[in-house]
Ligand binder design. Structure first.
Ligand code: GMT
Length: 375
């Protein structure tokens, strides 16, 4: 099949999933065309059947806001025609499903039918899309997609609760390429990060308020009172400054490393002992899954879809959002005993196997085939 994928090219989970999906489809000999405003960050290999088409938005002084949706739908029309694309798959409803629908309609005028699969990722539904300013347009573009998927049962329930949805929503969970992880473990350089007796605690995100970054600092503060430990904070975003300030105020800044955005998260996770994800909301928690496949147990909140990924008492522990005391106690329970830690590490990996690329990508292919047959 020839598949066009629209996504955000940044470090957000939706862009990562879309990129990994495109790479997996290309390995299965499908022809994949990424259409977005920048080469996706995880797309570091362009192969004969992976293509990237940049959406450029020319700046014009009249526009207070540059019309990205217009440029995207025009680029979609051109690319779909030029490369005879079979299926359009848009990730993150805003504004991709809306622009995709416009492209579909423009192509229909020329007698070209293109089925559109829309994947809902989380904040496009729970935070941004639910805002009254966007809600009618988001509802419309979901209802007018040919197939709609969500990355967890929890996100499906949220979508049905928050919007007037007339379409079936199929749950296709996020996934991970386990075989690729196995081969990249060779250069794990733990000694560069911490002393042998120190435990390494890690968090990776876009440092937005929804991630409750200061809870992470509080939990780590409690951990380091009980054992030698380091906290590795990976990512960039609005909450980073306040987290750094809090580390200074608590007198733990020497034990915390802020990395900024990284393309080498497997290298960081390979020497991590525990992953913290105390988010206010999380449709899935891809970062937790990436930790688990690297044998890193997870202390998380029980928000949204996280319980579908992190298995309480097996791959880690879950607590109510904001229950810093319980999260700290559970973290210490896992970290203070080598035997317990090793059991959780192995369990985390086993739980991650449920989300292997080979289990999940065929589900998308089956949906594309169904979308093609709709016409
Ligand atoms: O806020 C983020 O974590 C980024 C956001 C995105 O759309 O890029 O992530 C959402 O999609 C990810 C991939 O499906 C999920 O793993 C995240 O849980 C989800 N984030 C939220 O729901 C807050």
């Amino acid at each position: 099949m020839k598949i066009a994928i629209v996504c955000y090219p940044t470090f957000g989970g939706s862009g990562v999933v879309a990129t990994e999906l495109g790479i997996a489809l290309a390995k299965l000999n499908h022809d994949v065309h990424f259409i977005t405003y920048k080469q996706p960050v995880r797309l570091n290999l362009l192969s004969p059947n992976i293509h990237f088409h940049e959406v450029s938005v020319p700046k014009y002084p009249l526009f207070h806001y540059q019309p990205y949706e217009l440029a995207l739908s025009s680029k979609l029309v051109d690319t779909i025609k030029k490369y005879e694309i079979d299926v359009l798959h848009v990730h993150y409803a805003i504004p991709h499903a809306y622009a995709g629908y416009m492209a579909k309609k423009m192509l229909e005028e020329e007698g070209i039918y293109i089925p559109m699969v829309t994947t809902l990722h989380g904040t496009d539904i729970t935070l941004v899309g639910n805002h009254p300013f966007y809600k009618p347009a988001v509802t419309f573009s979901i209802n007018n997609s040919d197939i709609v998927t969500s990355v967890s049962e929890s996100l499906k329930e949220d979508t049905l609760r928050l919007f007037d949805i007339k379409k079936e929503i199929e749950v296709v969970p996020n996934f991970i390429d386990i075989s690729q992880r196995k081969t990249s473990f060779t250069d794990c350089q733990r000694e560069l990060m911490a002393l042998p007796e120190e435990r390494i605690v890690t968090h990776i995100s876009n440092f937005r308020a929804v991630k409750r970054i200061t809870d992470i600092v509080d939990i780590f503060y409690n951990i380091q009172k009980k054992m030698p430990a380091k906290l590795l904070m990976v990512g960039e975003g609005p909450e980073r400054k306040s987290a750094e300030k809090k580390c200074r105020e608590l007198g733990i800044k020497d034990k915390v490393v802020f990395f900024g955005n990284s393309n080498e998260i497997d290298k960081i996770l390979c020497f991590s002992d525990l992953f913290l994800l105390p988010s206010e909301r999380e449709s899935f928690g891809l970062a937790a899954l990436e930790a688990m496949v690297n044998k890193v147990p997870v202390i998380s909140s029980n928000a949204g879809g996280i319980p579908e990924v992190n298995n309480h008492g097996v791959s880690g522990y879950l607590s109510e959002v904001g229950n810093i005391e319980e999260m700290s106690e559970n973290a210490i329970r896992i970290l203070e005993d080598d035997t317990i830690l090793n059991v959780f590490k192995e369990n985390a990996y086993k739980e991650a196997e449920r989300f292997d690329v080979n289990q999940i990508v065929p589900k998308y292919i089956a949906l594309y085939e169904r979308a093609l047959a709709i016409h």
